[in-house]
Design a binder for this molecule. Sequence first.
Ligand code: ATP
Length: 187
Amino acid sequence: MKIGVFGGTFDPVHNGHINAFAETYIGLELDQVIIVPTFTSPLKKQAGSSDSHRLNMLKLAVENYDFAEIDTFEIDQQEVTYTFDTLKYLREKYPDDDLYFIIGTDHFISFDKWKNADKLHELAKFTVLDRNDELYNVKPPFIKLNTNIVEVSSTLIRERVKTNTEVRHLMPEEVYGYIKEQRLYET
Ligand code: ATP
């Protein structure tokens, strides 16, 4: 099987994330996508929301996609986990499958700084979502996936909620409802 792996803070999950994993599913003809929310240290937390809120929002967003599922490995560790360790865990869980780790260009640029960057390619095929404009020099062993990008970030959503600016169109309706109900990101 070809399995996509998509890690992130998802604070909150938004249409850019959903577009990213769904387009990769189509573009690479994947069988499944596993979404791995990061643990965030309560000490470092600023305007963000708790692990349980982030997970609840992710569940609401992902339940409509039968090819996608959430793996809480990183949150369960209760400490900051490196992609290297997460991929070792997934390699053991799915020994016979090909793993495709999905990243945006922001992470591609800083990839050299990741723990065991050189060894990461032995664990998964890193797939960089990029537009057609050839701005980034994505070369093997990275896979470049030309796709449309939905220009939205969690930072933008958090800032807009704080200033009471419209954000409804940037995420699934269920996630928007959850943010309003729980009054997330207001202060
Ligand atoms: P923040 O604004 O809080 O930094 P973010 O919107 O960048 O958050 P993350 O949870 O940090 O979201 O991102 C998880 C993964 O999704 C990363 O690989 C990131 O590159 C990718 N990503 C984030 N936003 C988009 C987008 N609009 N289109 C495609 N990929 C995205």
